[in-house]
Design a protein around this ligand. Sequence first.
Ligand code: ATP
Ligand code: MG
Length: 777
Amino acid sequence: MVTEDYLQQLNGQQRAAVEYVDGPSLVIAGAGSGKTRVLTYKIVHLLRCGYEPWRILALTFTNKAAREMRERIEALVGTEVASRLWMGTFHSIFARILRANADRIGFKSSFTIYDSADSKSLVKTIVKDLALDEKIYKPSSVISAISTAKNALISPEKYAADREIMRADADARRPRIHEIYRIYRDRCFTAGAMDFDDLLYYTNVLLRDNPDVLRHYQEFFRYVLVDEYQDTNFAQHLIVARICEEHHQLCVVGDDAQSIYSFRGANIRNILSMRDTYPGMKLFKLERNYRSTQNIINAANSLIEKNTEQIRKEVYSENKPGDRIEVVSSYSDLDESAIVANRISQVRMLTHDSYDEFAILYRTNAQSRILEESLRKRNIPYRIYGGLSFYQRKEVKDAVAYFRLAVNPDDDEALRRVINFPARGIGETTVNKVARTAMDCGVSMMAVLHDPDGFGLEVHSGTRRKLAAFASMVDRFAAQVASGDDALAVASEIIRATGLLSMLITDRTPESISKQENLNELLAGVKEFTEMRREEGEADLGLAAFLGQISLATDQDSDDATEERVTLMTVHAAKGLEFNNVFIVGVEEDLFPSSMAQGSQSEIEEERRLLYVAITRARSFCMMSFASNRYRNGQPAMCSPSRFLHDIDPCYLDMKAGATIGAPRSRRPSYSDYMAAARQVRYPARQAQVSQPTASSVHRNPVPVSASAAKGETSFATMPGADGSRLKAGMVIEHNRFGRGTIVEVDTSQPDHRIKVVFDNSGEKLLLLKFAKFIII
Ligand code: ATP
Ligand code: MG
C-alpha cells in the first residue's frame, strides 16, 4: 500500500518519534522542526503497521492544516485509504460525532451550527429582552464570558453557583451575565442549534453521560494524534483524555513557545501535564529547524529566551545563514503600507517568488484595510484570511438562512434573518412579538407561527396571514428535504421560490450584479458538492450534509487557489503555516504587545510568543516595521517601537535608515492591569487538572426556562426531565401564561409526554411537558 520509503524523508529524531507506536508519546519541539511532518508520517506508518484508516483519529486546529496533511498522506498511500481517516479540526470531527449521537443529548442530528454573527444577534436580543444596557453588556464581552465558561465546561447553573465568577461579574458591573448565559443556552437548545463552543461542550456531555457511546469511541479509535497541542483548551483536552483512557495510544505534538490562545481558554499546562496523565509517556525532541535561515532562527531564539515560563530547548538551522531581519520605521501607518507594498515588489523581482510566498502579518484585523489599499494601488493581488469570507456575505447568508430553515425549522436566528426578507410586510414589532411569545412558551419561533392561537400570539389577522404564508413556504422546503431530494434540487427551489435572485435581476448596479454572482456561485457550490458526493458513492446528498460542511468552513477554505496572491492575516491565523517572505507590521507598543495584554507578566509573555510565531513563519526573508503615527479607533495616535524589538539580539537585525528603537520603555500601568487581575480571579487555574466533571458541572438536558423566570419574577418551571408520571388527571395547575387549569388527561404513550388541561379562562389546551411551564397547586 505504501509505495515510497517514507522513513527516508525524516531525520533520526523524527524517525524515532514516527516509529514509536507502543504507547503514548509527546513531541515538544520548536517552530519548523517537523512536528506536523512527524504526525503526517506517523499516520502513514500506522497504516503500514496494519491499522485500519478509520481507526485513526487525527485532530488539527485549522482546516488548512488538515487538508495539507491529507494531501501529503494521499500522495503516499493513495486517495482511497486517506479518505477513510478520521482527520479534521476538533470542531469538524466533534460535529460529526455529535450528529451521529444527537438524540442522546436531546438534539436532532440536523442541528444547526450558529456562527459568530448568529451568536451575537441572539445575545443582543436577550440583552434587550432583559432590558439591560447594551453598553455595559456588550455582546462581545458577554459572548467571551460565555465562551470562556463553556470551554472550562461550566454550565449556566454552575456559573451562577460559583461565587468567584459571580463576584468578578459583579465587580465588572455585569452581574446578570449568568442569566444571559442560561437563556442563551435555552434558546439555542429550543432552536436546535449549537455554537462553536457547544461542539466541544456537548461532546463532553455526550461522552460523560453515555458510557456506551464513550466505550464505542474508545474502542473505535485505536490511535489518536493531535497537532498544536499547546493550544488545546480544557474541553478539548478532556475529550482526548476520555477517548484514550483505555488504550493510551496517542501521540501529541506541540511547542510551548507557540502557545497563543490563552484568551480562548487554551492552557499551556495541558501539554505540560501530559506526562502525569499518561505515566510512561515517551518524550521526543526535535531540534533541527528545516524551515528558516540560521539568522531567522537565531533572532527568534534570542526573543523567546526572554520569556521566563518556557521549556528550554535547542532549535538550530542548517539552512543558509541568510540575511538579517529588516527593521523599518515609517512616519505613519499609511507610509508603512506603502513601504511594505514596495518591498514586496522589490523582493519579488529579486527572488522570482510567486505572490503566494508573501505574507503580511498583523496583530489586529483592523490593520488590514490600509494595507489593502496600498496593494490595490500597485496592482498586487492579495487575499485576506479572517475578513469577510464568501459565506459571510449578506446575500449568501440570506440564502443559507433559508437552507438552514428548510433543514431545521426551529432555527430562530435563521428565521429572524429572513422572515421579512425579501420584504413581505412583516414588521419588526411583529417579529419581536413572535420572539417574545416563543421565549415565554419555551418553543421555537416557527412553533409559534404554526400555532399562533395555541401560544397566544396577539397580531392582526392580516399579519397572521403573512406569517402563515411564510411558515407554509418553509414547510414546503422542509417537506422537500424530508422527502429526500438532493441539496441542489432543494437549494434551487429555495432561491427560485423566495425570489432572492429574481429581486436582484431588475437592479443593474455593480453591487447587485456582484450579489447575483455570489448567489449563482453558491448554487454552483451546492452542485459541486452534490456531484462530488455522488461520485464518492455517498448516499447522503441532502441539504443538511451540505450545511454541515459549510458551517465549519473558514475563510482559508473559500479562497480560489488558482491565482497567486499575497496573504494578509493576523498572526494568530498564521500558526503552523510558512512563507518564503514575511512582513510583520505594526510592531509597536500598545499594538504588539496589545494594549489589552499588558496587565501581567504572563500576558506579555504570550504576546512575545505571538511575535515568535510570526517570525518563525518566514523561510528566508523577514521584515518588521513600526510607525510613529497611526490611526487607532478613528483617531491619530503617536506610537513608539515595540519593547520586543529590544529583546532580539541586534546582531540579527538590519536597522534600515531612520529605524532607531530607542531605549526600552518602562511599562506604565494601564487599564489592562485591572482586566488581567479580574480575569485571573475569574478562572483560577481551573484547567490544570484533568478531573471528571462532577454531575452538576455540565448541564445534562438543557431545560428551557421562561424569560420571566430568568428575571427571577416567578417560580414557574418545566417538569424536571419532562416526566408525566407524576401528574394525574384532576390535579390543578397554575400555568405561566394561561393561568389556573385542571388536568383532564395525561398522555405518556409517546416519547414527549403531554397533558390536556382545561384552563379557567383560556379553554382546553394540549401542553408538551418538556416545554410547558407551570406549578402544581
Ligand atoms: P510549526 O511549529 O510552525 O507548526 P512544525 O514543527 O510543525 O512547525 P513542519 O511544518 O512539520 O514543522 O516542518 C517545517 C518545514 O520543514 C516543512 O516545510 C517541512 O516539510 C520541512 N521539513 C521538516 N522535516 C524535514 C526533513 N526531515 N526533511 C526535509 N524537510 C523537512
Ligand atoms: Mg506544525
